[in-house]
Design a protein around this ligand. Sequence first.
Ligand SMILES: Cc1ncc(COP(=O)(O)O)c(C=O)c1O
Length: 380
Amino acid sequence: MSGSLSSLYGGRGVALVSGMGSRVRDSESREYIDFFNGHGAALFGHSDPILVSALQDAAQGIWSGGAGFESPARAELADALGAFLEGGRVFICNSGAEAIEAALKLAVALRPGRDKIFACRRAFHGRTCGALALTFNPKYKTPFKSILPEVGHFKPEELPELIDERTAAVFIEPVQGEGGVHPLEPVTGRALSDACAKSGALLVADEIQTGLGRCGALLASELTGLAPDIVCVAKGLAGGLPIGAAIWKGALGDFPPHTHGSTYGGNDLVARVAVAALKLLREKNYAAHAVKLGEELRAAIRAIGSPAIKEVRGLGLLNGVEIEPPSADIVRELQGRGLLALQAGPRVVRFLPSFAADSADAARAAEIFAGALAAVAAAR
Ligand SMILES: Cc1ncc(COP(=O)(O)O)c(C=O)c1O
């Protein structure tokens, strides 16, 4: 082979080749409980028959017609997403970072002359330049500082005091994912929403990881006191196919003509699968399943009773366990024992089960986690 992938992601050392529901298999036929799910993109689990069938149907039709042409699939998706906010308008793109970029440009366009943009300490909003400016971790930003727009980062509870008539927008994750799995206190979310409403600053909820039922509601904003003007979604929206969207209250206005766009955004193929995914989410009442399963998982992990566990936190199926040993060691050990998880910082293990996971998966995952903690402790 002549090409070689960049080493940006580090290596897990296995090739995942198939999946069904909450399980995946590697090229050696080893099975794993998947609480990683492609960084949370496989929100409905693997090979969901309804999504597979939607994709097969969509593949028979036009794949990419172009944004200037009408598309029944894109229109249906825009209607479904627009219903998230009052009179919602929608921009459809291909990833989370692109949804954030769209929200950032929109906020600047809708609030000309305002020169302040705020985000939170520990925030993660993506790695393209606008999204990277909103992201907090200097590890991701430092080499690119010279080309990033200015953003002020503060603790959520500090922000209401700082939001004023010069503030264009405030970006916030209802539950910080990458930053360590920290749910926003509803009282803080309400204070932030009030401060934005009073000053005319736009409140942007980054629901890329938290939204679409994962946290136990269509939008986790509902659970954390946030009343957003703009919402960004991505990850599970088309069950794991690339897609993102920025949704905003129609009364705010729109992008000036021809100031934003995307070749693939809202293409017919992915739009059809996203429409099917949103229908599935509603019909199966997966948000309620997420609440119940999340509670079971957190209870089972707390019941391990290990002194290595400092805190178990989360909302629905977005969960973090703060531990004493390095999370990288535990994530590696879990994989060796048949459970896929991911880090959320150096001391937090993140579990992102899909809607396909059940109580038996949660109980087994907690058992594997207990074994991994004990093994890592014994080896240290
Ligand atoms: C909260 C949040 N915002 C933005 C992003 C960026 O999304 P993407 O990787 O699709 O660009 C992510 C991805 O993990 C995320 O979790």
